[in-house]
Design a protein around this ligand. Sequence first.
Ligand SMILES: [Ca+2]
Ligand SMILES: [Ca+2]
Ligand SMILES: [Ca+2]
Ligand SMILES: [Ca+2]
Length: 355
Amino acid sequence: MNVFAARRRMGFFALALAAGAVLSAAPASAQCGEGAGPCTEPHAGPGCLNPDCCELVCVDAAYCCETNWDAKCADLAIDICDWVTCGNAGECYTIHATPGCENIGCCEWVCPLDAYCCYTVWDAFCVEEAMRLCPVGMCSIEIPADAVDENERCYDRDNDGCNIAGFPMVDVVLPTVRSGKHSSGAPRDTDWYRFTIASRQRVRIVLNAEFPGQIVLTQGPCLGPMVVVDEAVGLPCDEAVIDRCLEPGTYACLVGSAGPGRIYRNAFTCDEIDPENPPDPKDPPPIPSPYGLRYAMRMDAFSCVLGDLDGDGLVGQVDLAILLGAWGGVGAADLNGDGVVGSIDLAILLGAWSA
Ligand SMILES: [Ca+2]
Ligand SMILES: [Ca+2]
Ligand SMILES: [Ca+2]
Ligand SMILES: [Ca+2]
């Protein structure tokens, strides 16, 4: 599958480079897209449904866009296009017994996560992913100026905790803001942030990622017994949040990619080149990720008593002063977690005022 996929991209880039020359000279592409038959099936008339694939095939075999899309054109499409079934009949939000679906953008957003959807059938999982992810579309986040980057290149696995030999992790002290990149591969990238709290504290971890983000809070040694204390997933450019009171101890929070009930392994192509292991120029370039790879994560620790911002166990004047000092900003004084310190937080604090 990846070979097909990679080949299409190679073709796509070659096409893009030569676009001015090739496409303007070939009105053929006018036959590509809506109104034409599926790319993977022979049909009367020129062109096929998926425009990217159609144009690729017609660069190799111009007649496919001029006369009929015959069996040779269909075979070529299967051979050189990835996600070629995107654009095929079948609604993306409805189960159907054929691969792919008709909204190309949505289909190409789902298939890198779950190739089965584009090569076998568009089943209930594909529909679920489409309904969850397609309304979001491509997005990018702003990395906070105070974020400390993990400094892990996306082809390296420097901080992959319990998933890699030596159990390397990034040690952090709360509160902190971190940023990094997530990528697929073997093993898939996971970034582990380890912290210790000396007393019972409320810990709030907010991940904001350009991909479907996942945070998993663990406690215990990698060799066991290790427990998952909590986990959360979030849509691209939305938040995944863990917010709970923790007993004193050492914890690790890992960043990865997942949806409800399943881990994603394939969509997030690293966008850097490993100088020690450069790609063979004869190989097709890897398929770029349809999702962004970056994330930012804010980790805060404060009193388990809501409104107790200085940690003395009571809600009073000092806490009020801290909240007013943080007005309009972010952080622990954002008691309702809506991303800004404001009047709702003030009301919560006054409501929790200790006698
Ligand atoms: Ca990373
Ligand atoms: Ca990592
Ligand atoms: Ca207090
Ligand atoms: Ca707030």
